[in-house]
Design a protein around this ligand. Structure first.
Ligand code: TA6
Length: 303
């Protein structure tokens, strides 16, 4: 029997269960806690290799850049930082399902963990960067998220099946990449790839050439290999590598849908492109009892 979670089986959010003092968290020298709101922990990384911010809420990477680079991620200036709500921008962790729940329309889109406070499991640093670890448990669902921030940014989501029945897991590392102007960027390496076009009536199509943006784009590509985001205006290319991910989602809401999102400025869609290491729809993974599935994305700025 496969098991899909049917609700918040272990109930409450856990913001109040932590000791948020830096001493209790045993943070390395290049990590400090933001002082803006002590009840809303944000890990601020200032390391010789990179600058980054990661919120405990959603185990959410909010920003990251290698030291000599401009910011790589997009964070909406209208994002809401409140328990129960997903942060718009950065890298939302969509888990244990992608998009709508496959069997229960009353469940939240993109799973259960974007709006929750995760457990902080520890931080270490070395010459290559900083590693932060977070964990969450919702009913039988167990996940651990590892963020490695250095010259590259690597985010790995481990789905652990600690139950006695197989579980079905999908999800996404829903990465918002900042761009200079969405109409000037190209997504490369998808030529010839089949995808589900979810704008309007969902339809399978085949990619011809690079992906460019002149309207809403919401596509699930059948591809497990790396792709590039080329920003011709800024002259910057971002490499997106991944593993444990049979699907890559490319999304931009364009003007009308952006205007309907309260946590995104009307013109915000011009400034990002989501490229998501995903496990989507019929590519969901069956994780056997005792087994672990790892979904990973690695982002770097090309020379
Ligand atoms: O990953 C693409 C997508 O599923 C789109 O369909 C779009 O709605 C987007 O995610 C954002 O979802 P959200 O729940 O964060 O508004």
């Amino acid at each position: 029997m496969w098991f899909w979670l049917n609700g918040w089986t272990d109930g409450k959010m856990n913001a109040g269960n932590h000791n948020f003092t830096p001493a209790a968290m045993n943070l390395p020298a290049s990590v400090r806690l933001s002082e803006i709101d002590p009840s809303y922990p944000v890990f601020e990384i200032d390391h010789p290799t990179c600058v980054a911010r990661v919120a405990l809420h959603g185990a959410h990477v909010m920003s990251w850049r290698p030291v000599d680079e401009e910011e790589v991620l997009y964070l909406s200036p209208d994002a809401v930082f409140r328990e129960g709500k997903a942060i718009r921008g950065g890298i939302p962790v969509c888990w244990p399902w992608f998009n709508a729940h496959p069997a229960d329309a009353s469940q939240p889109s993109h799973g259960l963990v974007r709006g929750r406070f995760w457990e902080f499991l520890g931080a270490v640093e070395d010459v290559r960067g900083v590693t932060l670890r977070f964990g969450i448990r919702v009913g039988i669902w167990n996940a651990e998220l590892t963020v490695r921030a250095g010259e590259e940014l690597e985010v790995a989501l481990e789905s652990r099946n600690v139950s006695e029945v197989p579980i079905v897991v999908s999800g996404a590392l829903h990465t918002y990449l900042g761009v200079s102007d969405i109409s000037q960027v190209r997504v490369v390496n998808l030529d010839g790839c089949t995808y589900l076009d979810t704008v309007g009536v969902p339809e399978m199509r085949k990619q011809k050439g690079d992906v460019v943006f002149d309207r809403e784009v919401d596509r699930i590509y059948d591809i497990s290999s790396s792709i590039l985001l080329v920003d011709d205006l800024s002259g910057r290319t971002i490499l997106i590598e991944k593993s444990g991910s049979p699907s890559t989602v490319v999304w931009n809401p364009w003007a009308e849908k952006a205007a309907a999102l309260a946590d995104l400025p009307d013109e915000g869609y011009l400034k990002f492109c989501c490229i998501e290491a995903a496990i989507a729809n019929d590519r969901a993974e069956i994780v056997l009892p005792g087994a672990t599935h790892v979904l990973m994305t690695r982002i770097s700025v090309e020379e």
